[in-house]
Unconditional design. Structure first.
Length: 319
């Protein structure tokens, strides 16, 4: 049995190839699975073994299709919305209201201001909210109108604070059908976390051509950049057969193959008031280590008031 173990330490990525002939019943990871500890969290999650997809011809060189390996880090599943109970909130096309994310409802990004993708058949406005799971603050909200049914995408703007690395965020999309019955409005949500790419990955991406970048991101399990880099290529060459096949293969890997033929639609951003993001409180001073005594602070003594004695009466004494 052969498997890869990816270990992160600081900003470096150490890949150690461990080979053994131990039988599977001893409890080791399955063949070609990957274990990746999350920095600062003291635990690791496992990447699924890649699925074989076949090859394609690009620039007269045989290259594999993007082979995405999602981290096995499950979150409450709400990437697809159920049927709405509101009569005023019916989709204009049979496009499932779905967040374009892996089946575990969690995705990694290297961007401080990532691009979010979802499928929608609604003509009503949709509101996107990104919420910091640590502070519970809304870091960005945006109302969007899609010009037609299909796959919608919108990038976080430059005037909003960047996502904090190694911190988890939850993003919601709500169809604004009824203000009176908001609980009946369709909602989908998913989770995202920003990571700092190791120098080796940054150098590899710098040397790669744009058609090679989706494959590199996919091999590292970085969902959002895999998706956005491939979507950019499709927009530039919408009729390119290899790009269509790559897009279909990627969505099939995460159980969304039925959305592969949906168009990448344009959107209109509706002016949306933002909620001020309150900065976290300053860090508390560190406690002194045991055995070290703090310097004693003495309060200056206040002198007592001097009360004069009463004078003696004249003629006093014995006769």
């Amino acid at each position: 049995m052969v498997f890869w173990r990816i270990i992160t330490s600081g900003s470096s990525l150490l890949m150690v190839l461990l080979a053994s002939s131990v039988r599977a019943e001893l409890g080791f990871l399955p063949q070609d699975s990957v274990a990746w500890p999350l920095e600062g969290q003291g635990r690791e999650f496992t990447l699924a073994a890649p699925k074989q997809l076949g090859n394609r011809q690009t620039d007269n060189k045989l290259q594999p299709r993007p082979d995405f390996r999602p981290p096995r880090r499950g979150r409450p599943s709400r990437r697809e919305s159920g049927a709405t109970r509101s009569a005023s909130c019916q989709a204009t096309a049979k496009v499932p209201f779905t967040a374009i994310v892996p089946e575990n409802n969690f995705g990694l990004t290297t961007s401080g201001r990532p691009t979010f993708f979802w499928a929608s058949g609604y003509s009503q406005p949709m509101e996107l909210q990104v919420i910091d799971q640590t502070t519970k603050a809304i870091v960005w909200r945006q109302v969007i109108r899609a010009e037609q049914p299909g796959i919608v995408s919108v990038q976080m703007p430059a005037d909003r604070p960047e996502l904090v690395p190694d911190r988890e965020y939850r993003w919601y999309i709500t169809v604004q059908c009824s203000a009176r019955q908001s609980s009946a409005n369709p909602v989908i949500s998913s989770y995202i976390q920003r990571i700092i790419p190791p120098p080796s990955l940054t150098a590899q991406l710098h040397q790669a051509k744009p058609p090679q970048q989706p494959e590199i991101y996919a091999a590292e399990g970085i969902w959002f950049e895999t998706l956005v880099s491939l979507a950019d290529l499709r927009r530039a060459q919408p009729n390119q057969p290899d790009l269509k096949a790559d897009w279909k293969s990627l969505l099939e890997l995460v159980g969304l193959g039925d959305l592969a033929n949906q168009p990448l639609v344009k959107v209109t951003l509706v002016p949306t008031p933002q909620v001020p993001v309150i900065a976290p409180p300053p860090a508390q001073p560190k406690l002194e280590p045991q055995g070290v005594r703090a310097p004693e602070v003495r309060t200056p003594a206040i002198p007592s008031p001097v009360i004069p004695l009463p004078p003696e009466k004249p003629g006093g004494g014995s006769r």
